[in-house]
Design a binder for this molecule. Structure first.
Ligand SMILES: Nc1ncnc2c1ncn2[C@@H]1O[C@H](COP(=O)(O)OP(=O)(O)OP(=O)(O)O)[C@@H](O)[C@H]1O
Length: 232
Protein backbone atom coordinates (compact mmCIF):
# COMPACT_ATOMS: atom_id res chain seq x y z
CA UNK A 1 0.00 0.00 0.00
CA UNK A 2 1.18 3.54 -0.69
CA UNK A 3 0.02 7.11 -1.23
CA UNK A 4 1.53 9.06 -4.08
CA UNK A 5 1.57 12.82 -4.54
CA UNK A 6 1.85 13.56 -8.24
CA UNK A 7 2.91 17.18 -8.85
CA UNK A 8 0.36 18.40 -6.33
CA UNK A 9 -0.40 22.12 -6.38
CA UNK A 10 -2.90 23.82 -4.08
CA UNK A 11 -3.32 27.60 -3.90
CA UNK A 12 -5.28 29.66 -1.38
CA UNK A 13 -4.91 33.44 -1.42
CA UNK A 14 -1.15 34.06 -1.47
CA UNK A 15 -0.30 30.62 -0.01
CA UNK A 16 0.77 27.93 -2.50
CA UNK A 17 1.47 24.32 -1.54
CA UNK A 18 3.50 22.03 -3.81
CA UNK A 19 4.34 18.38 -3.24
CA UNK A 20 5.57 15.27 -4.98
CA UNK A 21 6.60 11.94 -3.52
CA UNK A 22 5.43 8.60 -2.19
CA UNK A 23 4.39 7.66 1.35
CA UNK A 24 5.03 3.94 1.82
CA UNK A 25 4.04 1.80 4.79
CA UNK A 26 5.66 2.96 8.02
CA UNK A 27 5.77 6.11 10.12
CA UNK A 28 6.44 9.42 8.36
CA UNK A 29 7.13 12.72 10.06
CA UNK A 30 6.17 15.88 8.15
CA UNK A 31 8.04 18.50 10.12
CA UNK A 32 7.96 22.25 9.71
CA UNK A 33 7.27 25.56 11.39
CA UNK A 34 3.83 26.99 12.15
CA UNK A 35 2.09 28.15 8.98
CA UNK A 36 4.31 26.18 6.58
CA UNK A 37 1.36 24.16 5.22
CA UNK A 38 1.27 20.93 7.26
CA UNK A 39 -2.46 21.00 8.03
CA UNK A 40 -3.27 21.92 4.44
CA UNK A 41 -1.28 18.91 3.23
CA UNK A 42 -3.05 16.67 5.78
CA UNK A 43 -6.44 17.83 4.45
CA UNK A 44 -5.31 17.20 0.86
CA UNK A 45 -4.10 13.69 1.75
CA UNK A 46 -7.40 13.00 3.51
CA UNK A 47 -9.30 14.08 0.41
CA UNK A 48 -10.98 16.96 2.26
CA UNK A 49 -9.35 19.57 0.01
CA UNK A 50 -9.00 19.24 -3.75
CA UNK A 51 -5.71 20.12 -5.42
CA UNK A 52 -5.71 22.81 -8.10
CA UNK A 53 -3.56 20.52 -10.22
CA UNK A 54 -1.80 17.20 -9.80
CA UNK A 55 -3.24 14.37 -7.73
CA UNK A 56 -3.23 12.34 -4.52
CA UNK A 57 -3.22 8.68 -5.59
CA UNK A 58 -3.99 5.95 -3.03
CA UNK A 59 -2.79 2.46 -3.90
CA UNK A 60 -4.42 -0.37 -1.89
CA UNK A 61 -5.46 2.13 0.80
CA UNK A 62 -8.98 1.12 1.81
CA UNK A 63 -9.45 3.28 4.90
CA UNK A 64 -8.22 6.73 5.89
CA UNK A 65 -8.46 8.51 9.23
CA UNK A 66 -7.47 12.13 9.90
CA UNK A 67 -7.06 13.23 13.52
CA UNK A 68 -7.53 16.97 13.64
CA UNK A 69 -5.24 19.28 15.59
CA UNK A 70 -8.04 20.34 17.95
CA UNK A 71 -9.69 17.22 19.44
CA UNK A 72 -12.87 19.18 20.29
CA UNK A 73 -13.65 19.14 16.57
CA UNK A 74 -14.15 15.36 16.74
CA UNK A 75 -16.71 15.37 19.57
CA UNK A 76 -20.20 14.13 18.61
CA UNK A 77 -21.49 12.51 21.82
CA UNK A 78 -22.54 13.78 25.27
CA UNK A 79 -20.44 11.16 27.11
CA UNK A 80 -16.89 9.89 26.89
CA UNK A 81 -18.14 6.29 26.44
CA UNK A 82 -20.55 7.47 23.75
CA UNK A 83 -17.71 9.24 22.03
CA UNK A 84 -15.73 5.97 21.84
CA UNK A 85 -18.86 4.16 20.62
CA UNK A 86 -19.28 6.77 17.86
CA UNK A 87 -16.00 5.41 16.42
CA UNK A 88 -17.77 1.99 16.27
CA UNK A 89 -15.54 0.67 19.05
CA UNK A 90 -16.20 -1.20 22.28
CA UNK A 91 -16.05 1.79 24.68
CA UNK A 92 -14.37 -0.18 27.51
CA UNK A 93 -11.49 -1.12 25.22
CA UNK A 94 -10.95 2.43 23.92
CA UNK A 95 -11.22 3.97 27.38
CA UNK A 96 -8.75 1.45 28.80
CA UNK A 97 -6.20 2.30 26.09
CA UNK A 98 -6.77 6.02 26.71
CA UNK A 99 -6.52 5.45 30.50
CA UNK A 100 -9.91 7.10 30.90
CA UNK A 101 -11.99 4.18 32.20
CA UNK A 102 -13.10 6.17 35.24
CA UNK A 103 -14.45 8.98 33.03
CA UNK A 104 -16.91 6.92 30.92
CA UNK A 105 -20.01 8.91 31.92
CA UNK A 106 -18.38 12.36 31.84
CA UNK A 107 -19.04 15.02 29.22
CA UNK A 108 -16.13 14.88 26.71
CA UNK A 109 -15.82 18.66 27.06
CA UNK A 110 -15.04 18.13 30.77
CA UNK A 111 -11.87 16.26 29.82
CA UNK A 112 -8.70 18.30 29.54
CA UNK A 113 -7.56 18.87 25.97
CA UNK A 114 -4.71 16.42 26.61
CA UNK A 115 -7.13 13.75 27.84
CA UNK A 116 -9.41 14.34 24.87
CA UNK A 117 -6.42 14.03 22.53
CA UNK A 118 -5.53 10.75 24.21
CA UNK A 119 -9.10 9.51 23.69
CA UNK A 120 -9.20 10.42 19.98
CA UNK A 121 -5.72 8.92 19.44
CA UNK A 122 -6.79 5.69 21.18
CA UNK A 123 -9.96 5.52 19.05
CA UNK A 124 -8.04 6.16 15.81
CA UNK A 125 -5.41 3.56 16.66
CA UNK A 126 -8.01 0.92 17.54
CA UNK A 127 -9.80 1.63 14.26
CA UNK A 128 -6.49 0.72 12.60
CA UNK A 129 -6.97 2.55 9.27
CA UNK A 130 -4.64 1.85 6.36
CA UNK A 131 -3.76 5.54 6.26
CA UNK A 132 -3.59 7.41 9.58
CA UNK A 133 -3.01 11.17 9.39
CA UNK A 134 -2.21 12.90 12.70
CA UNK A 135 -2.23 16.70 12.66
CA UNK A 136 -0.13 18.04 15.55
CA UNK A 137 -0.80 15.05 17.84
CA UNK A 138 1.55 16.44 20.50
CA UNK A 139 0.36 20.05 20.69
CA UNK A 140 -1.16 21.11 24.04
CA UNK A 141 0.25 18.00 25.74
CA UNK A 142 2.79 18.12 28.55
CA UNK A 143 6.01 16.16 28.35
CA UNK A 144 4.62 13.05 30.07
CA UNK A 145 1.53 13.06 27.84
CA UNK A 146 3.70 13.48 24.72
CA UNK A 147 5.77 10.45 25.73
CA UNK A 148 2.58 8.47 26.33
CA UNK A 149 1.22 9.48 22.88
CA UNK A 150 4.54 8.46 21.27
CA UNK A 151 4.35 5.08 23.02
CA UNK A 152 0.79 4.55 21.75
CA UNK A 153 1.87 5.43 18.20
CA UNK A 154 4.84 3.12 18.30
CA UNK A 155 2.50 0.21 19.06
CA UNK A 156 0.99 0.60 15.57
CA UNK A 157 2.83 -1.89 13.40
CA UNK A 158 1.04 -1.72 10.03
CA UNK A 159 -0.27 0.75 7.50
CA UNK A 160 0.88 4.25 6.65
CA UNK A 161 1.12 6.73 9.53
CA UNK A 162 1.87 10.39 8.79
CA UNK A 163 2.57 12.69 11.73
CA UNK A 164 2.36 16.42 10.92
CA UNK A 165 4.13 18.32 13.65
CA UNK A 166 6.16 21.38 14.55
CA UNK A 167 7.13 19.56 17.78
CA UNK A 168 10.85 19.69 18.53
CA UNK A 169 11.08 18.11 21.96
CA UNK A 170 9.41 14.69 22.19
CA UNK A 171 8.99 12.66 19.01
CA UNK A 172 8.20 9.02 18.21
CA UNK A 173 10.35 6.55 16.31
CA UNK A 174 9.88 7.33 12.60
CA UNK A 175 10.91 5.73 9.31
CA UNK A 176 10.91 8.73 6.97
CA UNK A 177 11.39 12.48 7.41
CA UNK A 178 9.74 15.12 5.27
CA UNK A 179 9.74 18.88 5.73
CA UNK A 180 7.33 21.62 4.75
CA UNK A 181 9.33 24.66 3.71
CA UNK A 182 7.06 27.64 2.99
CA UNK A 183 4.49 25.42 1.31
CA UNK A 184 6.91 23.10 -0.48
CA UNK A 185 7.09 19.46 0.64
CA UNK A 186 10.72 18.29 0.75
CA UNK A 187 11.66 14.61 1.20
CA UNK A 188 14.65 14.14 3.49
CA UNK A 189 14.55 10.34 3.17
CA UNK A 190 14.82 7.38 5.48
CA UNK A 191 16.03 7.53 9.07
CA UNK A 192 18.85 7.48 10.15
CA UNK A 193 20.42 8.68 6.86
CA UNK A 194 17.98 11.61 6.70
CA UNK A 195 18.77 12.99 10.15
CA UNK A 196 21.79 15.19 9.23
CA UNK A 197 19.84 16.96 6.44
CA UNK A 198 16.74 17.60 8.59
CA UNK A 199 16.63 21.41 8.88
CA UNK A 200 13.85 21.55 11.52
CA UNK A 201 15.59 18.91 13.68
CA UNK A 202 15.28 19.18 17.48
CA UNK A 203 18.23 20.84 19.26
CA UNK A 204 19.22 17.56 20.98
CA UNK A 205 19.71 15.90 17.59
CA UNK A 206 21.74 18.84 16.30
CA UNK A 207 23.90 18.61 19.43
CA UNK A 208 24.40 14.86 18.96
CA UNK A 209 25.39 15.39 15.32
CA UNK A 210 27.80 18.20 16.24
CA UNK A 211 29.49 15.81 18.67
CA UNK A 212 29.96 13.34 15.84
CA UNK A 213 27.23 10.99 17.03
CA UNK A 214 24.73 9.52 14.58
CA UNK A 215 21.49 8.61 16.43
CA UNK A 216 19.62 5.59 15.11
CA UNK A 217 16.33 7.45 15.24
CA UNK A 218 14.88 10.83 16.15
CA UNK A 219 13.81 10.04 19.69
CA UNK A 220 15.59 11.71 22.60
CA UNK A 221 16.58 8.26 23.89
CA UNK A 222 18.35 7.50 20.57
CA UNK A 223 20.31 10.77 20.74
CA UNK A 224 21.29 10.00 24.35
CA UNK A 225 22.33 6.49 23.43
CA UNK A 226 24.46 7.76 20.50
CA UNK A 227 26.17 10.36 22.72
CA UNK A 228 26.82 7.74 25.36
CA UNK A 229 28.52 5.52 22.83
CA UNK A 230 30.69 8.28 21.34
CA UNK A 231 31.94 9.20 24.78
CA UNK A 232 33.01 5.61 25.26
N1 LIG B 1 -9.03 28.20 6.06
C1 LIG B 1 -8.04 29.00 5.69
N2 LIG B 1 -8.29 30.12 4.97
C2 LIG B 1 -7.28 30.92 4.56
N3 LIG B 1 -5.99 30.71 4.83
C3 LIG B 1 -5.68 29.62 5.55
C4 LIG B 1 -6.69 28.71 6.01
N4 LIG B 1 -6.08 27.72 6.70
C5 LIG B 1 -4.76 27.99 6.67
N5 LIG B 1 -4.51 29.12 5.98
C6 LIG B 1 -3.18 29.70 5.67
O1 LIG B 1 -2.48 28.74 4.86
C7 LIG B 1 -1.10 28.68 5.26
C8 LIG B 1 -0.75 27.26 5.69
O2 LIG B 1 -1.52 26.97 6.86
P1 LIG B 1 -1.49 25.54 7.58
O3 LIG B 1 -2.54 25.55 8.63
O4 LIG B 1 -1.56 24.49 6.53
O5 LIG B 1 -0.02 25.55 8.22
P2 LIG B 1 0.57 24.60 9.36
O6 LIG B 1 1.97 24.32 8.99
O7 LIG B 1 -0.33 23.43 9.56
O8 LIG B 1 0.51 25.51 10.66
P3 LIG B 1 0.25 25.04 12.20
O9 LIG B 1 1.52 24.38 12.64
O10 LIG B 1 -0.04 26.32 12.91
O11 LIG B 1 -0.93 24.11 12.20
C9 LIG B 1 -0.91 29.71 6.36
O12 LIG B 1 -0.45 30.89 5.76
C10 LIG B 1 -2.32 29.90 6.91
O13 LIG B 1 -2.47 31.19 7.45
Amino acid sequence: MRVELADLVFARDSFVLRGSGTFDEGVHLVSGPVGSGKSTLALLLAGLLRPGSGAVRRHDVLSTQLLLQFPEHHVTSPTVAGEAASWELVPEEALALAELSARADDDPFHLSRGELKRLTLACALLNDPDLLLLDEPFSSLDCTAKKKACGMLEERDAGITIVFSHERAVLPRVDEIWEMEEGVLVARGSVPGAIPSWRHAPPYLRYALEQGARPMNIRLSDAREALCRIRG
